[in-house]
Design a protein around this ligand. Structure first.
Ligand code: ZN
Length: 214
């Protein structure tokens, strides 16, 4: 059934995607952690800058300490500048990974929907086949009531022997399954004989009723 093949393909794609998705989630979490760390450091240097500036402006600092505070402020400013530069890079990285993750999730959603639709249609098909089996079983039960026990036993045996293809009909001069031409000289015998005989060629059940209708 083509559906089963498709379902397997969708499941394989989902499995592969789920591996990629967990990798992307890992990358995204790493990127977010790096961003947080960057932002925390940035805030730390801003706070330290504010403290030093306050001390610097207090008017109670000697000449030597002033020089020291100035060099601290220069250092903090450099750190802040570098962290801001890195922040832009980290943001771009996080955005890229978030985009890839969103794409993977959208694809996952589509695959799930496709898989669900395939399973539904497979279920529908199975239900239709079950209903057909039910109808045919009923029909068979009805048909069997018209058959003699002898013919029924004959059919059961032939059906086993010919894998279900046990009956052929004679139309014109050929049985419908083996298609060996019956010589015209045998027509008289067949006409006088019973409606159901054994095919002299393939030994299936041959229904001759109606052979002279055509
Ligand atoms: Zn035959």
């Amino acid at each position: 059934m083509p559906q089963t093949k498709k379902i397997n393909a969708v499941m394989a794609a989902q499995k592969k995607l789920s591996g990629e998705l967990s990798k992307l989630v890992g990358l995204r979490k790493d990127a977010e952690m790096d961003l947080e760390e960057n932002e925390a450091n940035h805030q730390k240097y801003l706070n330290m800058t504010a403290e030093v500036q306050e001390r610097y402006a207090s008017g109670t600092v000697g000449y030597r300490e002033l020089a020291d505070l100035e060099s601290q402020l220069t250092y903090f400013a450099k750190r802040i500048e570098k962290l801001e530069f890195q922040h832009n890079e980290l943001l771009a990285r996080a955005e890229k990974v978030r985009g890839a993750e969103a794409n993977a999730r959208a694809l996952d959603k589509r695959l799930r929907e496709e898989g669900r639709a395939l399973v539904d249609s497979l279920k529908e098909q199975a239900t239709a086949i079950e209903q057909e089996i039910g109808a045919l079983t009923k029909e068979r039960e009805e048909v069997v009531t018209y058959l003699s026990e002898k013919n029924l036993a004959w059919y059961a045996e032939a059906s086993k022997r010919f894998q279900g293809l046990a009956v052929e009909t004679l139309r014109g001069s050929q049985p419908s399954v083996c298609r060996v031409t019956v010589p015209a000289s045998s027509f008289g015998d067949i006409r006088r004989g019973p409606d159901i005989v054994e095919c002299p060629y393939c030994h299936r059940i041959l229904v001759t009723d109606g052979m002279f209708d055509l």
